[in-house]
Design a protein around this ligand. Structure first.
Ligand SMILES: Cc1ncc(COP(=O)(O)O)c(C=O)c1O
Length: 326
């Protein structure tokens, strides 16, 4: 698969907060890998597309909300790699289409709206049968690319991390450059893939962007168990240590407040790294806050994964403007 900019750059963030904590901070810019299919989306889609091609499917069908990064990326990836795409969108059609859905249509995606009741059944065999009857032979990718193909792709994010060994990790007998890998978390697919590919001694720290995200621990366990029980390749036979930090959801999925908006804008201004409000801004905010609290040890090296999602800011900014006028 061409057109992809790999490996993506790693940028150091020089910040007074990090310096004070004695921690080195780096960002892995997966958002720069491709204009439309970037961030963790590239990794979650890769093996789904390859399986669909191998099995001679010509149509991809997937699910998402009206502002979904996954819908956006699947429409673009389908167009790039010669698939028809169908997007099942949660809720009713609203016209004019928002920027995410306009883009999806422009990339050739057929949009079909499912009421919330039907959408809830998206992972059931009954709905799958209905979809196969209605749309014919389609390759179904779950919402958010959250399946074992998605996990497999995310085990490859590790390949974008330099293997250069720091003096400290060498003397501790480890062969890695970063101690903590931080990532935003929705379905936990990306976290599972990262945990499977890290060296022992490294730790993945995930920041759920939804309220009461602790339930995701079960999701991670089940993805890891199913993955390790499958015959898919895994660099090690067990995951590295991982944890969920559930305190930075800002009220729930796609919820923001002025504090988060201000942080995000200021971070971009200071460090030249744009953040999306739904995922990466919450994770970056969380990391900076944990640094202030002394959560990390002096000498730690942190890698923050920029998982993309910037397309969503256009729709979010429009909504925020609408609300501020009410
Ligand atoms: C930009 C962005 N970051 C992070 C995530 C979280 O990834 P996951 O659902 O694999 O936990 C998503 C959702 O896919 C996303 O769109």
């Amino acid at each position: 698969m061409s057109l992809i900019f790999f490996p993506p750059p790693i940028e150091q963030i020089t910040s007074e907060i990090a310096r004070h904590a004695g921690v080195d901070l780096y960002v892995l810019r997966l958002d720069l890998m491709h204009p439309w299919v970037n961030g963790n989306k590239w990794f979650k889609l890769k093996y789904n597309l390859l399986e669909a091609k191998q099995k001679n499917f010509t149509t991809l069908l997937t699910f998402g909300g009206a502002y979904s990064n996954h819908i956006y990326a699947t429409a673009a990836a389908g167009n790039l790699f010669g698939f028809r795409t169908i997007g099942l969108i949660r809720g009713e059609e609203r016209l004019p289409l928002n920027p995410t859905l306009s883009f999806a249509v422009q990339e050739g995606m057929q949009l079909v709206y499912l009421n919330r009741e039907m959408y809830r059944q998206r992972n059931t065999p009954a709905l799958e049968e209905y979809l196969q009857q209605r749309f014919g032979e389609v390759f179904i990718i779950p919402e958010g690319g959250s399946n074992l193909n998605g996990v497999r792709g995310c085990t490859e994010i590790d390949r974008a991390m330099p293997t250069a060994v720091t003096e400290r990790s060498r003397s501790a007998g480890y062969a890695y450059a970063f101690d903590h890998i931080c990532v935003a978390c929705g379905t936990a697919t990306t976290l599972a893939g990262i945990a499977l590919s890290l060296h022992k001694g490294q730790r993945a720290i995930a920041f759920p962007v939804l309220k009461n995200g602790a339930f995701l621990a079960q999701e991670v366990e089940s993805l890891l168990t199913n993955y390790l029980a499958s015959d898919l390749p895994s660099p090690y036979n067990s995951p590295a240590s991982w944890e969920l930090v559930c305190d930075y959801h800002f009220g729930g999925y796609a919820k923001v407040n002025n504090d988060l908006l201000f942080f995000s804008q200021q971070f971009t201004e200071e460090h030249g790294v744009p953040l999306d409000y739904v995922y990466t801004a919450k994770m970056f905010y969380g990391v900076m806050d944990l640094l202030k609290q002394g959560f990390f040890s002096k000498g730690d090296r942190l890698l923050l994964i920029h998982t993309g999602g910037l397309q969503g800011n256009v729709g979010m900014e429009e909504r925020l403007q609408r609300f501020s006028k009410i």
